[in-house]
Design a protein around this ligand. Structure first.
Ligand code: GAR
Length: 208
């Protein structure tokens, strides 16, 4: 069984999707061993507590530099004995110290079809606002490995979602979560835990 640590910063609906999938027996070969929040009051912590999952807080505000924050995150991950790290609504970019140590072992869910509407500054509702401002008709979600660049590691899974007339960022965010994020994130975690993801030439392939 692989130990899965989940990093969160907010509401934690993606964490909830992982917990629900685990309870349905759909995370094969892995178990959520700890939830680490960058924010003390995050609702995600309550979701973890309700599911009897141990939690830690690494409060971003307590660390001046991102370098010190990365050290604290590393310490928490080592304490949790993490084999896989899932960024589920985690709002900070991890530095090289973390991404190199856990190369191809950190995955992130992004609420757009990378490479669209991704990179520095594209997070949360801003991503959906940007898609609506551009006028694209399709958006979606991406689960990818994390490297030192924002939203740039190998793509594991993507799922598209229609944009409809009259969408607001909030309406679109909900549709993308329901139809894409909550589906592909647990699926990618389960694939990883079954060793079904292969990296070749910095691209991810699902093994048959
Ligand atoms: C989700 O839509 C997630 O994809 C996004 O923030 C939301 C968090 O919701 N993450 C990013 O934008 C990171 N770049 P949640 O806390 O309810 O899972």
């Amino acid at each position: 069984m692989l130990n899965v640590a989940v990093l969160v910063s907010g509401g934690g609906t993606n964490l909830q999707a992982l917990i629900d999938a685990q309870e349905r027996g759909e995370i094969i070969g892995g178990k959520i061993c700890r939830v680490i929040s960058s924010k003390p009051g995050a609702y995600a912590l309550e979701r973890a507590a309700k599911a009897n999952i141990p939690t830690s807080v690494v409060d971003r505000k307590r660390y001046g530099s991102s370098y010190d924050f990365d050290d604290a995150i590393l310490f928490a991950l080592q304490n949790a004995n993490a084999d896989l790290i899932v960024l589920a609504g985690f709002m900070y970019i991890l530095g090289e110290k973390v991404t190199k140590k856990y190369e191809y072992k950190i995955i992130n869910v992004h609420p757009a079809l990378i490479p669209s509407f991704s990179g520095k500054g594209f997070y949360g509702l801003r991503v959906h606002q940007a898609a609506l401002d551009y006028g694209v008709k399709l958006t979606g979600a991406t689960v990818h490995f994390v490297n030192e660049h924002a939203d740039a590691g190998p793509i594991i899974l993507q799922k598209s979602v229609d944009i409809k007339n009259g969408d607001t960022p909030e309406i679109l965010q909900k549709r993308v979560m329901q139809q894409a994020e909550w589906v592909i994130l647990p699926k990618a975690v389960s694939l990883f835990c079954q060793d079904k993801i292969e990296i070749k030439d910095n691209k991810a392939y699902i093994k048959e």
